[in-house]
Design a protein around this ligand. Sequence first.
Ligand SMILES: Nc1ncnc2c1ncn2[C@@H]1O[C@H](COP(=O)(O)OP(=O)(O)OP(=O)(O)O)[C@@H](O)[C@H]1O
Length: 932
Amino acid sequence: MYSSLHAADSDSDDSLLSDVSASPTRRCSPPPRPAPPKHRPTPDPTSKPKRKPKPKPKPVPCSTSAPVSASASASAPPIRAAALSDPHGLAARIAPGSALTSNASTVSFSSFRRLVQSRNLSFEPAAAFTNPAPAPELEPEPEPEPAEIPSAEPSPSPAATHPPPQLRPKRVHPNSVSEVPAAAVEQPKRPRGDPAGNFVRLNINGYGRKKSFKSQARRPTKYRSWKRQQPGGGKPRAGADEEGDFVAEALLEREKNAAAGDDGVLKIVEVAREDPSEQNLESLLRKVFGYDSFREGQLEAIQNVVAGESTVLVLPTGAGKSLCYQLPAMILPGLTLVVSPLLSLMVDQLRKLPAFLPGGLLASSQTSDEFHGTLRLLRAGEIKVLFVSPERFLNEEFLQIFRDTLPISLVVIDEAHCISEWSHNFRPSYLRLRASLLRRKLNIQCILAMTATATTQTLQEIVNALEIPSGNLIQTSQIRENLKLSISMSNNRLKDLMLLLKSSPFVNMRSIIVYCKFQTETDYVCKHLCDNNINAKSYHSGLLMKKRSRVQELFCSNKIRVVVATVAFGMGLDKSDVEGVIHYRLPESLEEYIQETGRAGRDGRLSHCHLLFDSTTFYKIRSLSHSDGIDEYAMSKFLNQIFSSGNTMGCICSFPKESTSRKFDIKEEVLLTVLTQLEIGEEQYLHLLPQFSVTCTLYFHKTSPQLLADKDILLRSILNKSEMKDGSYVFEVPRVANDMRITMNEVFDRLQKLKFSGELSYELKDPAYCYMILKRPDDLNTLSANLTKWLSEVENSKIRKLDAMFALADFAVKGCKKTDGCSGSEHTPCIQKRIIHYFSKKDGTPDDDYCTPLRKSSTFLQSDIKVFLQSNSFAKFTPRAVARIMHGISSPAFPAATWAKNHFWERYMEVDFPVVIEAAKAELVKFVGKGE
Ligand SMILES: Nc1ncnc2c1ncn2[C@@H]1O[C@H](COP(=O)(O)OP(=O)(O)OP(=O)(O)O)[C@@H](O)[C@H]1O
């Protein structure tokens, strides 16, 4: 059965089949193993100086404008994020009633609140902690590959998703040796046919709300909102009990169960707060979460956090990091703010909050009503755990909420590796999350940074950025012992995938994820599987939200056997019984490999992960790793635009994302990275503002524009600054805001009011990056050289990560001597060894035995470039642009849509990118010299 697959594997013939079947089956627990030693590497805090909070220079009023305040926009219109990530700067708009917030957080927590209040702590009855509005279809936060939004359908019985603790089969943590002596106990079969699986659907319509109100009605009046006891505290929500559409009986049942345990929980929380000893915290764990004991690292992290000590927590995928903030959030008096990189992740975390812990979420693409609804809940103390994206920290309005009235006890940075530019998932907006900023803006004392995948270098940076004492690093092995890891070389991946799925052990699995690189590939592979009678669906960010959430839902309820997905599917996916993960393409880093294989076997049972390895995919991915690089020349021109003389200090400046990206041939995300670096680098040159669409077209419907302008000073300014186009007034919002010395939000608020009164309507276009210059660089050339160097180091780090992944796979299929327990295509021991080595290495340099497979020269390269330049003499190329085309990399100025048809597209993927750049440079010099 495996012959074809193994024919391609230079090492083996029937290996996978025999190896896998030789290993313990899923019916057996993973064998006990010695507990991985917890070690606390001591990052050297001196290696990078801590950044002190920089006093922000007061913006100097400019001729046409004043420093911009950050007032709230109360009535900005709902805008679809697809068109605009946060048009009104109200990026942090939560749907208190949206699909997001509603579901997961509709919980009964009144008693818990009572306890907190009885202790004079800050908490508030959960009166109607539900979301009033039906769920809108939400777009994700800005993210590379957004994942799913859960469906807006009624939730299944919570009993189905959360069995009472005593009925729950004992779980075996992959890294635990203290639990079941695995080999001795036969594992219970994974339950089939559970309609919900472990997928708890969100509460869209506020089921359970009535129950909450009943609870509140029962509550003695002395239990006041903690918020109401504070100056400026919010009012209790009125009429929220009318907001729900239906009450799901099953969820009422869940609430009843929760309510029944109220008093017990309250007492236990109280005791744990007084004395957070192991015993007391364990009681809380048993009572609220239904687990018998803490897993490795959890107790220590929780005790640290409860004691107010900032901590870095590195635990493997599925090890239970969320518990390390959930449990403290019950004990700590103030809010727990969780920063998460993906909307799907936030949604997932939100719905997993225990019944006693009310949660909320702030995401872009939510309407003003939703946003303010959540603010109301926050101010009323009805949210204890708030999930936000890092982009929120750009929003002054958001920061203001906490500054005066809402104490934050803990900030959790989930997927903290995103802070580091040396991480595989580096996100510019995470760069801003420095301890100095959090302290200065939010008065935060305690930070919990969590990740499953961080190299020593990445950890170092997290520790530095968040100023966490090096002694407060809690780290266990990043290896999951219950995963069998196999790799085979493949010359025909589709055929080999089919063979794999039709052979043991995959043939018997009912829950498998196949990871592809590209969306089209995902659809193609999925179709092929379906054509071959395999129940599969594809999942990628190109699909509509609704479709994606449906696929996840079906998968989680075991109605789909195989999901063929891009990287968009996975992070945060906590389906416990995924039995197999197949990589149809090489992961881009070992971190990605760990994250994706980490979706399997989260119930602790033996699971299988197979990688189909082929060098063509490697070349393609390696080429794509060069998409973000910038030449110093382009950087310099871009900086000139940012600091152009027309951009007055202290005024709102902006540039449209799309056209600027095309003009400099720099990707939008990279433009943002540069801006962020200008804000948080050694010198603070600018202050980044939320993104807006800056070009506004006005259509007047009733009164004449002039008459209206006579009565309205803002309209007068708008008319002064407008151009007439096709009978409509077109103006740049920042210009008007600067002229009026108000924020852009305030401009939109006013327009919105006029729109509601029927006077006008308006259209927005040109999504733009907005900023305010605080300081002009003394030497633009040096700054440009430094930024280019930094970006190139980031690019190189990415490439090293891919090379490390390639080296691992290449070693497994070609170099492994199979002396350490590897056999056939199963390479668990050697892969684990390499992973441990990789994560403990200091500088991320490749191993000594690694040698890049890319060619360093090519006979025809120079002449081909010459022909290419001659035949495309109409276009203006840079050496990088030529090299990108030769490598098949789409860029803003030379998109694949146009250039993929070119004869030379992808032709030199196997030649090292810098070599192609150098050749292009030499040819361009000759070409220009000839005056062609
Ligand atoms: N002490 C415990 N005992 C038993 N189960 C636990 C314990 N702590 C957490 N879990 C369960 O482990 C599962 C994984 O937890 P969680 O989602 O927090 O993992 P994670 O570390 O965040 O993983 P990832 O990095 O992959 O997102 C959850 O279903 C959770 O309920």
